[in-house]
Write a protein that binds this ligand. Structure first.
Ligand SMILES: Cc1cc2nc3c(=O)[nH]c(=O)nc-3n(C[C@H](O)[C@H](O)[C@H](O)COP(=O)(O)OP(=O)(O)OC[C@H]3O[C@@H](n4cnc5c(N)ncnc54)[C@H](O)[C@@H]3O)c2cc1C
Length: 425
């Protein structure tokens, strides 16, 4: 059996894991990033989300920079994005966003990871973990060549579903009374669209059309939300809704089928009823259904809605976010949306990345230690990229200092993140 012994092993090549691997490798750590698909990006590419939202407060103050901003610049340089812009959400919120082409994001991430010196390991699935007390001593993968064992000095679980931590027997946070995990969405690409006609639909008319689609049983969600693809007349539509447990293999398989069924029904509704869409058709389905929420780790700090509302400036803050609480209910067609103040931002503490009882593991991405409601704000991609940059940098710095990850010198980490362009007031 092949055995690798990297300094830092990142499980999962979503936006959080990819940025973590870039940061760790740039900071000098021998880094391997494991991904079950043949490309990086996770929800950004495999689920074709199509837009990064939540870079700034509603008033326009930027809270995320660093490697996330480099990714935008690289995308723009190859025609994969028109950069930063604004739009009004169905909730009336003025939101900043970067629309991007998921296909062009793949080579951008390849380039950044390999230029940093990290080793991607594609088509590799997590098989198990060996735990020795408070450490993960070995990680087993199923690769194209059969099982491989990796003996990393430290691990970042960026698998979204936290499969590594599940294999290591970590504790996860339960949903609270009356809470359900957010539903998933099968994104689909539709076109060609008469963009002038589609863009000219007034907000109230769009909302009425969406309600009509729900009433006709052709839309699962009362929204006609789309992200444009630069240089084309197509858009990725985010209008299906499937509630299930993403860690259950049978439910996951059924959800993929249901998501595609909903996408097809929604595409026919667009063509029949929505101005500008009459010549379009479903052009592509995202390779995988997009999972908003699954496991959340029980960490050394539980980030709460109250802390987000208060903008608590934790001493160990490692990233900032400004995206509102945005909960897609498992049943029904609406949104539970909580805006913060116009110039409000909130901090994410390092302790929310550290699993209880483990010294050489961090979580990066949507699975950090946060309540269901706080997660609904911190889950967006600019924020998970900022968390990823902090996790990767922390891992490299802790190894250089021969310290346990959980004992990271957060003042040193903050200084390094600022030097590397992260926004950390
Ligand atoms: C439908 C939908 C719409 C959204 N809309 C927006 C939006 O408009 N803007 C925005 O900014 N955010 C949006 N989000 C939120 C955002 O996309 C995600 O929260 C974020 O991308 C999560 O990133 P991550 O890296 O933590 O996890 P993921 O993107 O889930 O990445 C996890 C990675 O780990 C890999 N992996 C998982 N398990 C294993 C395993 N066992 N072995 C090997 N590899 C594994 C996966 O293949 C994946 O690449 C949306 C999410 C969804 C699902």
């Amino acid at each position: 059996m092949t055995t690798l012994a990297p300094d830092v092993l990142v499980i999962g090549g979503g936006m959080a894991g990819t940025v973590a691997a870039i940061a760790a490798a740039r900071a000098g750590a021998a880094t391997v990033i494991v991904e079950r698909f043949g490309f990086l990006g996770g929800a950004a590419t495999a689920a074709a989300v199509g837009q990064f939202v939540g870079w700034e407060t509603a008033a326009g103050r930027r809270v995320v920079g660093g490697i996330a901003e480099e990714i935008v610049a690289r995308l723009a340089a190859i025609g994969g994005s028109d950069g930063h812009s604004h739009f009004t959400m169905s909730t009336g919120h003025r939101m900043d966003r970067v629309q991007y082409d998921p296909e062009l994001l793949k080579p951008v991430l390849d380039a950044l990871v390999t230029e940093a010196g990290a080793r991607p390991l594609f088509h590799a699935n997590l098989l198990g973990a060996e735990r020795e007390g408070g450490r993960i001593a070995a990680v087993h993968l199923l690769t194209k060549a059969g099982p491989w064992a990796l003996r990393p000095r430290c691990v970042i679980d960026a698998s979204g579903d936290l499969d590594l931590l599940a294999a290591a027997g970590a504790r996860f946070l339960p949903l609270g009374a009356g809470e359900t995990a957010q539903p998933a969405t099968a994104m689909f690409r539709f076109g060609p669209i008469d963009l002038a006609a589609f863009g000219a639909i007034a907000g109230a008319e769009l909302a009425a059309l969406a309600q009509q689609g729900v009433a006709e049983g052709r839309l699962a969600r009362a929204a006609l939300h789309a992200s444009r693809i630069a240089g084309t007349r197509d858009a990725w539509f985010n209008i299906s809704r499937v509630a299930f447990d993403a860690t259950d293999p049978i439910a996951l398989s059924d959800a993929e089928i249901e998501g595609r069924r909903q996408a097809l029904a929604a595409a026919s509704f667009l063509r029949d009823r929505v101005p500008g869409c009459d010549e379009g058709r479903l052009v592509a389905l995202a390779p995988a259904i997009g999972v908003r929420e699954s496991r959340r780790i029980a960490g050394r700090h539980l980030l709460t809605e109250d802390e987000l509302r208060a903008g608590t400036a934790f001493a160990d803050r490692i990233a900032w976010g400004a995206y509102p609480i945005d909960i897609h209910p498992a049943q029904g067609a609406g949104l539970d949306f909580v805006e913060f103040g116009a110039d409000h931002a909130y901090a994410i503490p390092f302790a929310s990345l550290v699993p209880e009882g483990l010294d050489n593991v961090l979580v990066a991405g949507r699975g950090i230690s946060a309540t269901h409601r706080a997660h609904a704000a911190t889950r967006v991609m600019p924020t998970v990229m900022a968390i990823g940059q902090a996790a990767g940098t922390a891992a490299a710095l802790a190894l250089q200092a021969n310290a346990a990850l959980a004992a990271t010198d957060t003042a040193r980490l903050q200084a390094r993140l600022r030097d590397d362009g992260a926004i950390l007031p």
